[in-house]
Design a protein around this ligand. Sequence first.
Ligand SMILES: [Mg+2]
Length: 256
Amino acid sequence: MGKIGLVSTDFDGTLIVHRLGEKCVPELADSLLGAREAGAKWAINTGRSLEHSVEGITLFCGPYLPDFLLVNERHIFKRNGTRWEADEKWNSLCDLRHKKLFEGATVFMERLRGWARCEKGVTLLPMGETPLGIVTTDEEVMARVADFLDEELTAHPEFSYQRNAIYLRFSHKDYSKGSALAHLAETLRVEREQVFAIGDHFNDLPMLDPEVAGLLACPANSIDAVKRAVSGAGGYVARGEAGSGTAESIRFFLAR
Ligand SMILES: [Mg+2]
């Protein structure tokens, strides 16, 4: 195994910008092939659902299919040919713990519903048996939501959320892109120092953590909080945006 044993890339904003029909840029295809030749496995680590991720990688037309899809910021799927097989043990425990978490959070959910009714631009996503999250009209409104939640959740230490632009998903504090990646690396017996992670937004922060990945990077279009986290941990802040920045970052760590 080379310098990179496992590549974990966010999808939106990291492999692609957000243009309709955008495909893998040639330099990214080269870098991913270089990483694979050096012995690295590739996981796309995203807030997208499995279905939406599969749709995304089909349009993306990368140089090969990723070995793993880490979706919903918590579930793990392994590729077998062109099929995606669940990590049953991890995913079912994850679902069970979320079910229990939401069952025990009815008072908090009531308070949230009450607050959201009086706030402009805040929409709660299906809050039936499995509360999903929140969507807002813009990122400023999302910042207000985050302030509200940060205060409310001090009373619910197990409750957390993953935030990405105007979307927010509720989660158990033990589940994030970071814990999913750490579990995958452990399963693959890849040392933390050989785990490369790159992302651009708030929901990437749990994997852009030196406790999870030793090789950290972010593309130039990342939010400031991500750039600060990556540079603060001695990682690489790329000059290029999205796919070009990811290509540059992989090249940087492969050459080091
Ligand atoms: Mg992103």
